[in-house]
Design a protein around this ligand. Structure first.
Ligand code: SAM
Length: 338
């Protein structure tokens, strides 16, 4: 890190030492050993008005939410799909990984046109317009990846990030205004800069809008079933992309039904078996020593699959509860098929 950039803070080297009882010291910046390019600050650190925030050079994001783009690890000129993109935190993270000289692009689907506006704003604020092609109001599940036409770019896609709608059960209560000084006139209007969701709507209200099949009166169990069904379908669809080699799947849910069980169901689909999609711990790159993995019992006892999944426990692991799995296409496995 360039010391001059945050000269008002004194760096120390390891964010992990703070957990499980985070007690951030003001005026210190913490460096995360697991998540590249992530710096952590005390909630009271005066960052909202930092010049780098205003230019879009830094973005606020929950620790775990930084992991999917990092694990997707697209090479500089890759064609990448962000299948469920708004408000765009992971889209812009992907753009920063490709970098300004990339010849690749990020195709960002967002089914909800209102949320697509927010996505556009996030992309513009990050100065990533040249790299991101927004597909507003487009349903990723209806995209046609095997189209012979070069025009839609989808047949060149090698990396796919899936961060679909989920129950949000891992989202912990935050003091939305911890970042804003008490006498700041914007205090009432300013949203929580780290949130994926607008302040005036709870995750469940948003899920209701996103999942028209879920209706008031249906039970939590029905809702999880509907979400899990959608989550498996979205992975299955991504696995059909002819040149895709790597997919990340993530949720901010703590429920195995939306996490390990979805991964198992996706691996058991015929498209996964015929195209050689697998999960392997060695593809967790920088996260391969992360201690909290998938739950073996929820992976039908398959330790390798469980070990290929990353879990974040709410609070204890530095923010919201989160789950990430990486699927890769293993040509050898495919060759073994009859
Ligand atoms: N990845 C985003 C980020 O980090 O900022 C958060 C994504 S949010 C959890 C899920 C988004 O997916 C919602 O904005 C929702 O409208 C969108 N969505 C849900 N189903 C979709 C589909 N089939 N196609 C495209 N977008 C979809």
């Amino acid at each position: 890190m360039n010391k001059g950039v945050f000269s008002e803070f004194t760096p120390i080297d390891d964010l992990s030492k703070l957990y499980p009882k985070p007690d951030y010291l003001p005026n210190k910046v913490y460096v995360d050993p697991y998540v590249a390019d992530l710096l952590a600050f005390a909630p009271t650190a005066p960052l909202l008005k930092h010049p780098l925030k205003k230019t879009g050079a830094i973005a606020f994001q929950d620790r775990a939410s930084c992991v999917p783009a990092q694990l997707l690890d697209p090479p500089r000129d890759a064609y990448v799909v962000d299948a469920t993109a708004a408000p765009g935190n992971k889209t812009t993270h992907l753009a920063s990984l490709l970098g300004p000289d990339s010849k690749g692009k990020i195709i960002a689907f967002e089914r909800d046109y209102r949320r697509a506006f927010t996505l556009k704003e996030t992309v513009e604020a990050a100065g990533a317009e040249n790299l991101v092609e927004i597909r507003p109001s487009e349903d990723f599940l209806r995209s046609v990846p095997w189209s012979p036409s070069e025009e839609n770019g989808l047949n060149k896609v090698t990396h796919i990030l899936l961060d679909p709608s989920c129950s949000g059960s891992g989202i912990v209560e935050r003091d939305e205004y911890a970042y804003v000084p008490k006498n700041d006139p914007d205090r009432r209007r300013r949203p929580d800069p780290t949130s994926d969701y607008p302040l005036n709507k709870s995750p469940s209200a948003i899920e209701y809008e996103e999942n028209k099949t879920w209706r008031p009166g249906s039970t939590e169990k029905d809702r999880l079933f509907t979400l899990a069904d959608f989550q498996v379908r979205i992975i299955e669809h991504a696995m059909r992309f002819p040149n895709a080699t790597r997919i990340t799947y993530s949720t901010c849910s703590i429920h195995a039904q939306e996490n390990e069980r979805v991964v198992m169901a996706a691996l058991n689909t015929s498209v996964a078996r015929h195209r050689g999609w697998v999960t392997e711990p060695r593809h967790l790159n920088r996260m391969k020593d992360w201690p909290r993995r998938g739950i073996v019992e929820e992976c039908e006892g398959n330790e390798q699959v469980a070990d290929s999944c990353i879990r974040f426990k709410p609070w204890d692991d530095g923010g919201i509860g989160f789950f990430v799995a990486v699927f890769i296409r293993n040509e050898q496995q495919r060759a073994l098929l009859p």
